[in-house]
Design a binder for this molecule. Structure first.
Ligand code: SF4
Ligand code: SF4
Length: 278
């Protein structure tokens, strides 16, 4: 089973939920798709880490063959090409490596070269296999690194927990595509509700079953309760605000390994969404 954990915004407790869910399971694959800021590994401290590069194909233009028709420039929907000094020029950070410019070139003047955009790390800690996508600083598109991380982790076939990126754009869509269940995480605030609702709508569009974890709750937040009732979103777990949890987080400790009651709650959550603990 594959569970995607997402929140719509950073800082809501998505990594906290994903890490503790995997730890409560006992044996799992944890994939960090928050590739711009992958901090799940700080909690796992995986051993025996291997690293392999993620590359994309960048177009290169043959000035001998190019006749300056600009078909490639007109085709590129990402505005990654400009025509200067009698040849197309590419902005590598904006190119999405779709290959379209090579397809439309009538002269066969477009070749490709590989460009490193990030890495995927893999290691283990106890019975958790930790896969981490790391996007190179300055890159615009996280999708190739997310795809590579998912491909490495999902092939193992165990219970898989995906720590998704924040937001509700292409990287999130890519991260939840293979998920059987989406666990949404929010704080009981207006900002948290607004962004969680956006990813909830996205998951619904993709036909994914969803449930909610409310993090750092001091008291029920009426607009959030109303939203869940109105939209039929089940509240699966409420984590009260506790200074101790924040402190363990700052220390890089996995909370369910220090708190049996919390572990029981995450184990129950896992059972409710269809996963099993070992
Ligand atoms: S590969 Fe695609 S995104 Fe990149 S320059 Fe060509 S058309 Fe544009
Ligand atoms: S489509 Fe081909 S021939 Fe036309 S400008 Fe681009 S590279 Fe040159």
């Amino acid at each position: 089973m594959t569970v995607a954990v997402l929140s719509g915004k950073g800082g809501a407790g998505k990594t906290f939920a994903a890490v503790n869910l995997a730890a409560a399971a006992g044996k799992a694959v944890y994939i960090d798709c928050d590739v711009e800021e992958p901090n799940g590994r700080l909690f796992w401290q995986p051993r025996g880490v291997t690293e392999r590069p993620v590359t994309t194909a960048l177009p290169v233009f043959d000035p001998e063959k190019c006749v300056g028709c600009r078909s490639c420039v007109d085709f590129c929907r990402f505005n990654a090409l400009v025509y200067v000094k009698k040849a197309p020029m590419v902005f590598p950070e904006v190119c999405h490596a779709c290959g379209g410019c090579a397809l439309v070139c009538p002269q066969g003047a477009v070749g490709e070269q590989h460009r490193k955009v990030g890495v995927v790390e893999e290691g283990n800690r106890d019975q958790i296999h930790v896969v981490t996508g790391v996007l190179r600083t300055g890159e615009v598109s996280a999708v190739p690194v997310i795809r590579a991380a998912l491909s490495a982790g999902l092939s193992r076939g165990d219970l898989t927990i995906i720590d998704c990126p924040p937001g509700s754009g292409c990287p999130v869509m890519e991260s939840v595509r293979e998920a059987d269940y989406c666990l949404l995480v929010t704080e009981p605030t207006a900002f948290g509700l607004h962004n969680m609702a956006m990813v909830h709508q996205l998951c619904r569009l993709l036909g994914k079953p969803c449930g909610l974890l409310i993090n750092r709750e001091e008291a029920p937040y009426a607009p959030l309760e109303d939203y869940c009732a109105r939209e039929g979103l089940p509240i699966l777990l409420r984590i009260p605000y506790r200074r101790q949890l924040a402190q363990w987080g700052a220390e890089g400790a996995v909370a369910v390994r220090r708190d049996e009651a919390l572990k029981a709650e995450f184990t129950r959550l896992l059972r409710e969404i269809g996963g099993t603990a070992v």
